[in-house]
Design a protein. Structure first.
Length: 235
């Protein structure tokens, strides 16, 4: 629902793209409450109770939410499905807006002030990475190319001396990286509530909303279970 005049819009933020999930409440551009979900990725079990607790602490009713902000990947297949489905369900039930945010875009915004370009990477398995390059402009960070899955060796040939790297994939390939390749600090390689809120707020101000039935997680490739199923059907 749209907030009354003079009342800041209220948002619930869901981040389940990676192992450490988040459920967050925000009033306007200010985070007012946060819960970390268990690292065992039991997002389906923990997400709804944690959201209820946060709402109760603020004295907010679900129907008073202006929007649900959800991190849409790339990331964990299970986590993304749970997060987006929970966000869609809540938005549908309460009539509030859905705002899906690209996870890598939020991570790019956390690069140090001296960084002009940053490659955000995540594990795509089989010696491959999810990769997307971002550049700092006067108006903020912008994607310089499309998100892609690339072999590690192929990606390394494109990394220049001025590039920084970030994202959950850094730790996966750390041992293979040149020591002089500049890395974003580990604490800023996962999407923070503040950055997800920042990007969603910009969309909110532009009047952008996501279609509840059309919004999908960013995968780029089928999950291992889907690959196995397709292989069994081809036999």
């Amino acid at each position: 629902m749209e907030p009354e005049a003079g009342v800041e819009p209220r948002f619930l933020i869901i981040e389940t793209a990676h192992q450490q999930g988040l459920v967050v409440l925000a009033s306007g551009r200010l985070v007012v409450g946060q819960r970390n979900l268990e690292e065992s990725r039991r997002h389906a079990r923990d997400l709804v109770p944690q959201a209820k607790e946060l709402l109760a602490e603020q004295g907010w009713k679900p129907r008073e939410l202006s929007g649900v902000i959800v991190s849409r990947g790339p990331g964990s297949y299970t986590g993304l499905r749970v997060g987006l489905m929970s966000a869609k369900t809540l938005a549908y039930a309460t009539g509030c807006a859905l705002l899906a945010v690209d996870t890598f875009a939020a991570i790019a915004c956390q690069a140090p002030a001296e960084a002009l370009t940053v490659d955000v990477i995540a594990d795509a398995q089989q010696e491959k990475l999810y990769v997307q390059r971002f550049g700092r402009k006067d108006t903020g960070w912008t994607a310089l190319n499309q998100l892609a899955i690339r072999p590690f060796a192929d990606w390394m040939t494109s990394v220049g001396a001025t590039n920084w790297i970030s994202g959950p994939g850094v730790e996966i390939v750390e041992a293979k990286l040149p020591p002089d390749l500049r890395r974003v600090p580990r604490s800023d390689r996962m999407p923070s509530a503040a950055r997800l809120l920042q990007l969603a707020w910009e969309r909110w101000q532009r009047g952008e909303r996501d279609d509840l039935f059309a919004a999908e997680p960013i995968y780029l490739r089928p999950s291992a279970a889907e690959v196995k199923h397709l292989a069994s059907r081809e036999r």
